[in-house]
Design a protein around this ligand. Sequence first.
Ligand SMILES: [Zn+2]
Length: 276
Amino acid sequence: MIETLSRLLLRLSEAEHPVLWGRVAAPHFGRDFDRLLAQGVLAEDRAADTWSVCSDCDCGLDARPIQRIKGQLIAACPNDHRADVELSAEDIRSFRIDPAMLMRLISSNSGLNKDPESILPGLWKLGTTVGGQAVFAALSVAASIQPGLMGALTRAARGSPIALLVPKGIPGEARRCLEDAGPYVAAALDVVGVSDQNPFAIDVFRLVPPIGHTPRLIIRESSGTTTLDGRSILLSGQPHRLLVMLAQSAATGNGVVSNRDIEDRTGRQARDIIRE
Ligand SMILES: [Zn+2]
């Protein structure tokens, strides 16, 4: 199975200067990829002129130069021509990932801030959920273990409960320290791209600790269905949307959704939807 583009970019962004190679990107080339280029999430860099050496090679090179032989691009092994790799023009393309633009895309697709605020190097405040939880993300390991992190989160959260997205690669000890300090800590790869419909969105239901018993009320945002104690409940579009907002608020914040929030998101009077 091919990793989704959103998860691929997040995983690569754990590095401090993330680069996406053409060979890895090629299965994703197409409209969605072009949109990321247009949005500035990706920027094409110059093509590679070296390639990694073959595994367990004793050639002593750090990288092998890419040669063009009779029109064919080849990463030639100086020791063994059978280990030569033929490359396509797509393979050697390279793209820089702009973490700030990636954050903006995820934040706006998640219904959070359209302009996430960088509060420390590599650390963003993505906004506040309907439920009042302040959501932050540190993409690189360096950003998630930097000095002053907790103080900056606390100031920027202004009293709201904090959820912090971190890279999978964060050392276990560092992650436990963060958890002990109060925030709910989740790996970005576990909460972003859960829905196929909206691959660059955070599933805010995953920003709370898992509950250790069987759920009574199950609301599926993507299919618009609701079940209570195993019985299916029919709700039309906007009442269902309202139920999702209430559930998000109850799960991640103070359980209150204002009339204004309801009207902003549905374009209708709150009392009309509640009556439905
Ligand atoms: Zn070799």
